[in-house]
Design a binder for this molecule. Sequence first.
Ligand code: NAD
Ligand code: TYD
Length: 333
Amino acid sequence: MKILVTGGAGFIGSNFIRYMLKQHPDYKIINLDKLTYAGNLENLKEVEDNPNYSFVKGDICNDKAVEGICEKGIDAIINFAAETHVDRSITDPQAFIKTDIFGAQTLLEAVNKYKIKKYIQVSTDEVYGSINDGSFKETDFLDPSSPYSASKAGADLLVLAYKRTFDTPVIITRCSNNYGPSQYPEKLIPLFTTNAMEDKELPIYGKGENVRDWIYVEDHCSAIDSILHKGEIGEIYNVGADQEKTNLEVTEAILKAVDKPKSLIKFVKDRPGHDLRYAIDSSKLQKLGWKPKYDFEKGMELTVEWYQKNEDWWRKIKSGEYLKYYKKQYGRR
Ligand code: NAD
Ligand code: TYD
């Protein structure tokens, strides 16, 4: 199988590429990534010499870049490329609308033009919005709160519209909050883990009562692998591991793992439009035979260990050294 992975230099995309090349050594993977601040080719060092892996620097909004790959014959596109950080979407919403919506539409056009057999849109549980009790099913309506989740919801609707209008062979996945190796240290778990290692404050928004359902990134990768092979065209699959934690619980787990005091916790002004709780029902996906392998305790142990062993990786990002180097190499913003 020949797969175009977009956004493969980011956190989940790079974990997915490494996972797939191990699981399916005969598959070919082309990674199309614009290398924004979040794209990091160091995440792919392990596979860069693998003859079944290749990298193309390019924007999913650029139809020529996308078509240049698709015209050579692709069996499936898996779209991870996106602007992904809620806080950034509050200060710069337009970048999210461009990549997350227009980018997805550009890929859908290529799927139609080159008759690609499968398009997987990697979406998020954030499109449903917040839920006080119970959990969202795939049939629930979308009620996003941030420009990030609204952009992802916009893309989901467009993907479904392409199915109805053009019979485009699409599948949508909606996963909960991921954590694990090589997550950019702007998201809660890597930011707090690395801050704690540097004896810096951990800025908890509001009272730290917000709840997220945490999934170890490898479980998300195995879910997409199952959906790629067993998922039904036109369907949506929630992907969650039923590991709900408040932000305060997550923070305390991090402090315990790195043996740092609770005095590093600082309660700061809340994020505007901050969703209180995310929860999804993944039983539809489990019927395909998938189940998560890691509970929160094991996943956190592996994650903290990775950040401890890879200080060079995150220190270069946090100091700005990494961006300067790649700006020279790749001329990115
Ligand atoms: P990330 O921010 O770490 O990586 C995004 C990648 O996309 C980067 O490599 C970046 O360079 C690339 N990219 C951005 N704009 C691009 C463009 N216009 N063209 C080509 N490449 C571009 O994100 P992530 O956390 O790995 O998330 C990947 C996907 O999974 C996203 O679609 C996100 O919405 C979804 N998702 C993430 C989570 C999570 O907890 N991180 C949960 C559910 C779903
Ligand atoms: P984040 O990792 O940004 O993911 P998302 O907002 O997409 O769920 O944030 C996870 C939770 O942690 C969310 O409730 C916001 C909170 N948070 C903080 O309290 N402080 C921080 O510095 C960050 C980045 C997040």
